[in-house]
Design a protein around this ligand. Structure first.
Ligand code: GAL
Length: 710
């Protein structure tokens, strides 16, 4: 059960309205409203699609299936992403006739077609004649044909095969008006690859990055344990499995993560460039990242028109307790939309779980309502397209037990398929009423929050977690859920982005900072921004080295405090921190803060030699504020309380939403979804009109309403 709106002593004390007029401008509504439709040349605000694999079904069923897909209300279908063996059955011999026929049937049924490039699934002849196209894992084992995505992206032979196939596809379909757009590869990631090709490519990458071996040695800490090199030709790909007792250079590991991400980005961009060379400009190119992909870095890719992601919220994990495992991981869609939306202003969900999956440790059924709620959530977050994986339940092959929109008979809607189709129609009927020009309501604009995110920082945290209690993913989830509890719109942004669009900016565990970033933060705050930094912030420079100076030297003047040290404890230890009279257990991380003059203490430690010392502080600087939350508590409640107080102290009205209840706004309508296992009774402003759903909002349900002023 959730507590009703509770203004704690802390928040009350902090509600001194900082009346200073802020030059910080909230960004307007997520840019997707009209932009996506224009880019995708679509008449719908969000297009609905479903994956269909003609090669997996008897040819005589294609027409029936594609007609049914269209009749159910879908706008598009998606084909060919794993069909290399049929597109190039023998080396250099291409056969598009079967795909031509399937596209023709889709077109006649009234469906647009997204074509996938099948680079993730090379045919058996390639493995037979060119085994070097497969990656070598960290144990020295060469992978082989029979599973997908086991290739070496650095291998020139494999790259040449991909180039030739994608060129042939683009030449064949680039002027085909039935083809709407392209998805290159599938769920691009960066698997560890210890092949000769990868090693040579890593050496070339390092040479380009550092120029000289001395510069690389300095960056990697080569004076340590004789680990320096005298030539790039000696450099090996760091292999953590060989370092059971001791640690590899963290800088080498960080460069490996960067290299792998660059390799994936160039691989995607190369495919996109081929398609753009041959295709009509109306055909767009995207890929389907795995949620907020951290195995690769989507911002490193510059050749895609927009990004899409895949979303499988229910696969056995229980984040919010009770039955929430069947509603789905609460942060998945919320974070992915916040991450991809600002990159180009347009994004889509390329694969939405249609029902039970086959690959989880445990594969429960989604709760009735959940699939529909995810669809509404995608729409509310600004998605321009939403596709589900897959139409038919496979009868054989690697993904048996994976549900589809229709069941094993190929024609009857599954329970969740029915829900998908019903929701599709509900959303379609609201779409016509949207006002694409409506402006983001002032109360939401006032809360708009930037979440500063860097893959380099994430990788660096993962390389040196320092405690088994540290989990960079759940740490991030804790803060995004805290921000979203206020009802704030939130974008994940990068260091190069314009911070002044956001009245609030949070940079959790931002471990590596350059002087330029610290200066940018300072300017942002002086001009009226509210900055929140948290545990581990500012410890290292952009190379990942500690500063020669006091701990966290570059941020001390900014936060108005010294960091006297940090601690982390075993779960058995007694450790508490308190905020506004409430105590919270912590074990993960504690930055011990010593406030300087003018800095206020928000939370303190209760135990150990640092009992009474500050765990969180805040200060005014220019027209804004800087808040530092040094402690990471077990349940994140202290952090949530302090984050919320930052908005309140700035005089900005906020909501008090339970974890997993999110508010979004699109085209004049408010949307609320509930991933929490408990119902939630929102207090809507008087004269609001509910257009879908009902309050209180049951778990896995959706409420859509219009407010008088919106
Ligand atoms: C996705 C993948 C799809 C399919 C699906 C099954 O991660 O992109 O190709 O395998 O999982 O749930």
């Amino acid at each position: 059960m959730f507590r009703p709106l509770l203004v704690t002593a802390l928040t009350a004390a902090l509600m001194i309205a900082s009346a200073c007029a802020s030059p910080i401008h909230a960004s307007d509504a997520p840019a997707t409203k009209a932009q996506g439709a224009a880019l995708l040349h679509q008449s719908e605000a969000m297009s609905f699609g479903v994956f269909y694999y003609p090669e997996q079904w008897p040819r005589e069923q294609w027409q029936r299936d594609l007609n049914s897909i269209a009749k159910l209300g879908f706008n598009f279908t998606h084909m060919a992403e794993f069909s290399w063996t049929y597109l190039e059955p023998e080396e250099g011999r291409f056969d598009f006739s079967w795909l031509d026929h399937a596209i023709d049937l889709a077109d006649k049924a009234g469906l647009r077609v997204i074509l996938g490039t099948p680079s993730a699934a090379p045919p058996s002849w390639m493995g037979e004649h060119y085994p070097e196209v497969y990656r070598v894992d960290e144990h020295g084992q060469r992978h082989e044909h029979g599973i997908r995505a086991e290739v070496s992206l650095s291998d020139a032979k494999y790259q040449a095969f991909v180039t030739r196939l994608v060129t042939a596809m683009a030449q064949h379909y680039g002027h085909d008006r039935r083809v709407w757009g392209w998805q290159v590869d599938n769920e691009p990631g960066s698997f560890a690859d210890y092949s000769d090709s990868a090693r040579s490519a890593f050496r070339r990458w390092l040479q380009k990055r550092y120029g000289s071996i001395d510069a690389m040695n300095a960056a990697w800490g080569g004076s340590f344990w004789s680990s320096r090199y005298t030539s790039f030709d000696q450099v090996l790909i760091p292999n953590a499995t060989l370092a059971a007792e001791d640690k590899l250079s963290p800088h080498a590991l960080l460069d490996l993560a960067r290299f792998q991400a660059d390799t994936t980005a160039s691989f995607l961009d190369a495919q996109a460039a081929i398609i753009k060379k041959y295709a009509e400009p109306a055909q767009w190119v995207t890929t389907n990242y795995t949620n907020v992909s951290t195995a690769t870095d989507p911002r490193r890719s510059h050749g895609l028109d927009f990004n899409t992601f895949t979303l499988y919220p229910v696969a056995g994990t229980n984040v919010l307790g009770g039955d929430s495992y069947a509603i789905g991981k609460p942060a998945n869609l919320m974070e992915a939309a916040a991450y991809y939306r600002p990159i180009t202003g347009t994004f889509g969900v390329m694969e939405l779980q249609p029902g039970q999956v086959n690959w989880g440790g445990i594969n429960p059924q989604p709760m009735p309502g959940a699939v529909g709620m995810w669809m509404w959530h995608a729409f509310a977050s600004g998605a321009s397209l939403l596709s589900t994986y897959r139409y038919r339940h496979p009868l054989r092959g690697s993904e048996m037990y994976h549900e589809g929109i229709v069941g094993t008979d190929g024609t009857t809607l599954s329970r969740t398929g029915r829900e998908f189709v019903d929701t599709l129609h509900e959303i379609q009927s609201l779409e016509g009423k949207l006002d694409a020009k409506a402006k983001l309501p002032a109360k939401l604009a006032a809360r708009y929050t930037g979440y500063l995110w860097s893959h380099d920082v994430f990788w660096d945290l993962e390389i040196q977690p320092q405690t088994t209690e540290w989990n960079s993913w759940s740490y991030r989830n804790g803060y995004t859920l805290a921000v979203k509890s206020t009802g704030a719109p939130m974008d994940f942004i990068a260091e190069g982005d314009d911070f002044s669009r956001y009245p609030f900016l949070i940079a959790p565990a931002y471990q590596m900072v350059s002087d330029a970033l610290v200066q940018k933060w300072r300017r942002y705050v002086e001009q009226g921004g509210h900055l929140i930094l948290t545990s581990r912030s500012g410890q290292k420079n952009a190379l990942g080295h500690f500063h020669e100076g006091p701990w966290a030297a570059p941020i001390l003047d900014l936060i108005g405090a010294d960091v006297e040290g940090f601690d982390m404890l075993p779960p058995s230890a007694k450790a508490q921190a308190s905020v506004a009279g409430q105590t919270h257990d912590w074990h993960r991380w504690a930055d011990i803060l010593a406030p300087r003059a003018g800095t206020e203490v928000l939370a303190t430690y209760a135990d150990h030699y640092y009992a009474g010392k500050a765990a969180a502080t805040t200060r005014r600087l220019g027209k804004g504020t800087v808040t530092m939350i040094g402690v990471s508590t077990d349940d994140g409640e202290l952090e949530r309380e302090v984050v919320r107080s930052v908005y309140q102290r700035a005089g900005v009205a906020i909501e008090d939403l339970p974890k997993g209840v999110f508010i979004d706004w699109r085209g004049g309508y408010y949307f609320m979804v509930n991933y929490n296992p408990q119902p939630f009774g929102p207090a809507l402003p008087a004269a609001s009109t509910i257009v879908h759903g009902k309050a209180p909002l049951a778990p896995a349900q959706v409420l859509v309403w219009k407010e008088p002023s919106a």
